[in-house]
Design a protein around this ligand. Sequence first.
Ligand code: NOJ
Length: 773
Amino acid sequence: MKKLFKNTTCLLAAAMLSTSGIQAQGTPRDMDRFIDDLMKKMTVEEKIGQLNLPVTGEIVTGQAKSSGVANQIVQSRVGGLFGLKGVDRIRELQQLAVEKSRLGIPLIFGLDVIHGYETVFPIPLGLSCTWDLEAIEQSARIAATEASADGIAWTFSPMVDISRDPRWGRVSEGNGEDPFLGGAIAQAMVRGYQGSNPDQQLTRNDQIMACVKHYALYGAAEAGRDYNTVDMSRQRMFNEYLYPYQAAVDAGVGSVMASFNEVDGVPATANRWLMTDLLRGQWGFQGFVVTDYTGIAEMVQHGIGDLQTVSARALNAGIDMDMVSDGFASTLKKSLDEGKVSMEAIDQACRRMLEAKYKLGLFDDPYKYCDTKRPARDIFNKEHRATARRIAASSFVLLKNQPMQGKAEPILPLKKQGTVAVIGPLGNTRSNMPGTWSVAARLDAYPSLYEGLKEMLAGKAEVLWAKGSNLMSDASYEERATMFGRSLNRDQRTDQQLLDEALATAVRADVIIAALGESSEMSGESSSRSELGIPDTQRALLEALLATGKPVVLTLFTGRPLTLCWEQEHVPAILNVWFGGSEAAYAIGDVLFGDVNPSGKLTMSFPKNVGQIPIYYAHKNTGRPLAEGHWFEKFRSNYLDVDNEPLYPFGYGLSYTTFQYSDVSLSSQTLTADSSITATVTLTNNGQRDGAEVVQLYIHDLVGSSTRPVRELRGFQKVFLKAGESRQITFQITPDLLRYYNYELQHVAEPGDFDVMIGGNSQQLKSARFTLK
Ligand code: NOJ
């Protein structure tokens, strides 16, 4: 971040500095001087105001001046606002800050721009299944372009919480179970939002500040229940959970959001070790830290003090900005007077907030993100939509694809002919297409699957539709699962009536696309589930559709891994489409009808049942492992009623073509401290279609001073091969790649034997051995 403000010349800065005879040069020292000067003029109350981030409701243009926050802005009691979008509204409030507050300090406007803006990309879990860092960066770039055109300077993304528990609804917002992949994605997202050239981040008005969240360990909530307690060893933190946050810091992320959970018995928001010693001391983070929504006030419920106490604890831990609690604004002055916080601590937080605004160029031009010409040009345009469609199609994961009995060809891809029936409660819903956390989505503007397919197949095939069932039999559950304008319009007919209608439609069809699974609000925040099957009425519908004897393709909408043993056994083809965003319907059509060959691979294991959770590929061996492929053995680590394997492993996903891997060859069997080994496989597309494969490299440290996982992802490449084409794929293995945090938390590569494994998923791998000297 240090180089961000290289080319920034601040008008306001220049004006202020000229009165003190200093020229603004745009270097870090200039920034320091500018902020020193500004802070000399600020009262304590104004400094505390910079640390305050209230949420606005929707404010109608022209009403900003009389809105609730207007007075606070004029009184300099607000550092930024979130929840607001629209150039005119944002300009109005910015104008109040700049023209009517005493020192004219601009506000920072933030929003949850998580997987796109009006052009919506797949939910992050889906995006991660592309394993395509360029595509992921591009999705964040487009999100930044659109959000910044609408007044937004700051996004609460990327969310990089590792999770191994699909009961937790927020797995939909993250990148799955693996820290190595999660770290790479975190960096791609930061580059996409802030700019890919580290020297020029945030210099343009289509680049916005990122906020990595939720620091830290939020994805390890006990029992997958959102906001629940987290407790884990330091070794596990460092080896399995912290890396993606650190990777974002290394990529220059401008801000960090504290998580709701506790870490080592102290809420993250008050945890000085986390916020200061580790984040700033060890990782060298230079930006600012914001709490999560009411994170400070919630510490009263956590039971560590009243609002004044917890606000002081948060500031002393290293929090700079208070989102919504009003704890800083209402108590810090009192705590200062009583000696519970120091002036230095308030100054430090205030300085960090001013630095962020300086880096964003807001002192130079407070209206940098308020160009009224941009929205029409930059938001939801043709080019963005085409990219979203392409990326959505590459996020889908083909879980199964078999022929119907007596046929040779697998069901997919379908032919664009005859009669196609789209059946299921997810088949004709516009508002559920974008997926959770799409706050700028135009919920009625994107086609439903049925509408999209009808458009795509016009003149080639007839497309029919029937709902077939409600989301689930329990109406109140359905209400909880379809909030915030995402209703599935619960049908008042009986289950039997809905089914009869569906079967009448099904008999007219040559093929059935069963659009089933979760509604988009069954995952995301505060959407934990204790059962992970396709809900009851939908399963009954699926059984009835299969009983017609027609080919059925389960087109699965979900924000998390589901338990699908029955479906895997009985349904011939399953395409997991997550929630694919604004262009999802077309992208699904592209894949179902073969214009795009699916290439997504799972980034989270799919369990066989809930009892197996947490289940993840990088598990430890234990002292009593069960041999792979075996099931029950007494006095081994296993279950009486299910084996240890997931239904679909991490890294798994099929294609319309097939890929063959040669054995792994190594350039040497020995690795020394400053050398590297090249691992090579030959990959062949030995099927009939062109396609892309995600080649994955795993490493197993056979003997460590601490126990080591059976394998860990340490490299991947997405490779496109024409039918019949072969290519040598190489990976460089350096000692750095072998490091882990040992018992003393030293980051070491320990001499000894290692297996390197390469393949198309975490279970089907070719392996070779080398020794680190
Ligand atoms: C709470 C969520 O945990 C966080 O991810 C989000 O950014 C904030 N609310 C602001 O909406």
